[in-house]
Design a protein around this ligand. Structure first.
Ligand code: ZN
Ligand code: ZN
Length: 371
């Protein structure tokens, strides 16, 4: 089978033949139908996450079809259309699953992120030279024709959802909408600011609209993205490049109070700090973007003392995959959630470097690799 293998930072991926391990106990082999390129992949490819081991097969936004079942798998059958998510379904038995955070399931087979260990782990593929290839955190890969993972990373979806739309539910949509509805639990009438109107930021906008927020203010430096944000439900926009004092403007747009909720959907501590400064009394700033290498050097204690401001993170929208993904599909089918508009381009695996190039320029929302 063909995989896009990453051998060296800053170099293009090599599309080549690899072999894959068969599914073991509790595992499923999935034929990849579509894989989207996320900005997290771009950070990884640029080496911005520190200790990423190469060679590796990357990608984590996947939808496809169940191909082969490992021993003991009874919840799926070959041909099932599925979305894969890094957050597992959870065992339902451990401490975190019991209190409603399956993302932190203590029985998940993947070790937790360790800064020293980095984001990658030996995976399921071997190249022609006999080298075992790494994968992002281990559970599955996307830029490859088949992937093997434990069944708790799979959510079955209806057959009539187009695979290129379904794949967006694997990361981008859930990271944005989920940050609003699951992590921050934004109540109706709240004011919301979104810093970064890319693939994830636009989903924050849709989540805010679904939650009954107003105003919904999108901040970006690209005018076309701000326009798009309006079409997704933003009531106001701020161009941080041309606006003299974006923080002051944000305050004006929120009746002089600052925002109740700020979502920072772009990597970089500087942006996180700017977003935080746009929050008002008791405002909650949620960091969604990440690059992994910068530290919180631009904050001081006074920022938290003054106004009891809060700062938190959101890991892939805090989702419960088999609850949230079917709901989002229902909303998509009912015309209440935009997915079609998020796709900038479709590429075959052979042209993955073009797709990555376009995504890293920042002019694409989601580029999708079609298999
Ligand atoms: Zn992602
Ligand atoms: Zn658990």
């Amino acid at each position: 089978l063909k995989a896009a293998v990453y051998y060296e930072f800053g170099k293009p991926l090599e599309v080549e033949e690899v072999t894959i391990d068969p599914p073991g106990k509790g595992e499923v082999k999935v034929r990849v139908g579509a894989a989207a390129i996320c900005h997290s992949d771009i950070h990884l490819l640029k080496g911005e996450h520190g200790n990423v081991r190469l060679p590796a097969v990357f990608g984590h936004e996947v939808a496809g079809y169940v191909d082969e079942l490992g021993e003991g798998v009874t919840n799926f059958k070959p041909g099932d259309q599925v979305v894969l998510t890094l957050p597992p379904v959870g065992c339902g038995q451990c401490f975190y699953c019991t209190i409603g955070f399956p993302q932190a399931c203590q029985r998940r087979p993947v070790p937790r992120l360790d800064r020293k260990r980095g984001f990658s782990a030996p995976g399921r593929y071997v190249n022609q030279k006999g080298e075992r290839l790494n994968q992002l955190s281990g559970p599955f890969a996307a830029f490859v024709e088949y992937t093997v993972t434990t069944e708790d990373h799979l959510t079955k979806i209806p057959d009539d959802v187009p695979i290129d739309r379904a794949v967006l539910l694997s990361c981008g949509v859930i990271s944005g909408v989920g940050a609003v509805v699951n992590r921050a639990k934004v109540p109706i009438f709240s004011s919301v600011i979104v810093v970064g109107a890319g693939g994830v930021g636009l989903n924050v906008v849709q989540g805010a609209l679904l939650s009954g927020a107003y105003p919904i203010i999108a901040v970006d430096i690209v005018e076309s993205k701000l326009e798009l944000a309006r079409s997704f439900g933003a009531s106001h926009t701020i161009n941080a490049k041309t606006e003299k004092d974006p923080i002051e403007t944000a305050y004006k747009m929120t009746s002089g109070r600052g925002a109740d909720f700020v979502f920072v959907a772009v990597a970089g501590i500087h942006h996180l700090r700017s977003g935080f400064m746009m929050s008002g009394w008791h405002g909650l700033t949620v960091s969604i973007g990440h690059s992994g290498v910068e530290n919180l050097g631009e904050f001081n204690q006074m920022d938290f003392f003054a106004g009891e401001r809060m700062l938190t993170g959101s890991t892939m929208g805090n989702i419960k995959p088999r609850v949230d993904i079917p709901r989002l599909i229902d909303f998509y089918k009912a015309g209440r959630l935009k997915l079609d508009e998020l796709i900038s381009g479709r590429y075959p695996l052979e042209k993955i470097n073009e797709a990555i190039e376009s995504s890293s320029r920042g002019d694409a929302l989601r580029n999708v690799i079609m298999f």
